[in-house]
Design a protein around this ligand. Sequence first.
Ligand code: PLP
Length: 442
Amino acid sequence: MSNNLNSNANDLQSYWMPFTANRQFKSSPRMLVSAKGMYYKTGDGREVLDGSAGMWCVNAGHGSEPIIAAIREQAGQMDYATAFQMGHPKAFELANRLTSLLPKDLEHVFFANSGSEAVDTALKIALAYHRACGEGSRTKFIGRERGYHGVGFGGTAIGGIPNNRKQFGNMLSGVDHLPHTHNIKKNAFSRGQPKWGALLAEDLERLVALHDASNIAAVIVEPMAGSTGVLVPPVNYLNRLRDICDRHGILLIFDEVITGFGRTGAAFGAEKFSVQPDLMTMAKGLTNGAVPMSAVATTAKIYNAMMDGPTDLIEFFHGYTYSAHPLACAAAIATLNVYKNEGLFERAAELEHYWEEAVHSLKDLEKIIDIRNIGLVAGIELAPSKNKNNSIGYNCFLRCFEEGLLLRQTGNTMALSPPLIIQKNEIDRIVGILRDVIDHLE
Ligand code: PLP
């Protein structure tokens, strides 16, 4: 593709791009240079409909004026405040705003800067909590196959994506995995939560028997696995995990980095699926993607167990230079205001049916072997290409981009998660482009 930022190919070499086929990209770059509302603009001046809310984060659409104004104002007032042994008002305001939005038992919030950091923080809180309760032997974690929890050593180890793990040796030890819940034979073309699969949660009992509950700190799952292709939890699956954790004194961590902030048609996945975690990670939609920020919410029980010993002693030896960064706090408060003032979580719930009908209208295409949806999310899984050297998913992603639609591709699944401001005619446009592209894929 021609583009005016590619006048000198050498310009592209210094930047080692994340989760990107660097050589392929640099031989044929795809540059985004501006964004507003539902659309990006490319280096060669094309408009591209954002079908993935950036990377599951721009829930209020791009360039939201109140968020930009809040960041500008905060930068002028105080650019940075040290986060250790000092505070600033917006950090406390944001924590209070979040706790009033979160499921009722989550009463305290720890700030970090990315989903990966939030996950590592949640794992550390789980370990420190058990130790504070006199159960220091609880050090093992249970993740899930096809889970994605970021790229720290902890998150990589508890995650269940083979490609993300295989280059990095042992990582965190003492980790085991539940089976994933994806089963096309049983659940293909389910609308919303699949009916089959709750029994997969019982595998946790097997792992408890194997490792003994006295050694297990926490189970961590995404309420809906996003990054490995939109795996919606089967009916009753999450409740069963909750029950088994309760029976054995194991903490349940929901990684809501994707499912938070309206994505599923409720404020959080915990609310959508009516299951209460002990710890919850958030990021992405927290600031509408405008400034990096993440958070971990905990119950009062966990927080209070840690508030022990002499009052002038640091209770939790953990934190980041940029924890509760003033610009991030200002962006997050403004973002929460936008979500509320524009009724975006309600809007996602209202559009859910239209969205579901629209994406499932593609069912007749023979290259599609499954369509999954919840809230304003959909996964469209394509049959693998007969030619092993040809990635049908990647080709679909590229063709959609050329046709003016940006989506996420993971393996053969096309993941869609548009900003919650999307209009019905834009939903139709997404589906129209997909129909045309998928129909012509080889
Ligand atoms: N957890 C989940 C569920 C995610 O989807 C992601 C990113 O997509 C992460 C953690 C990691 O977030 P980050 O890329 O901000 O480190």
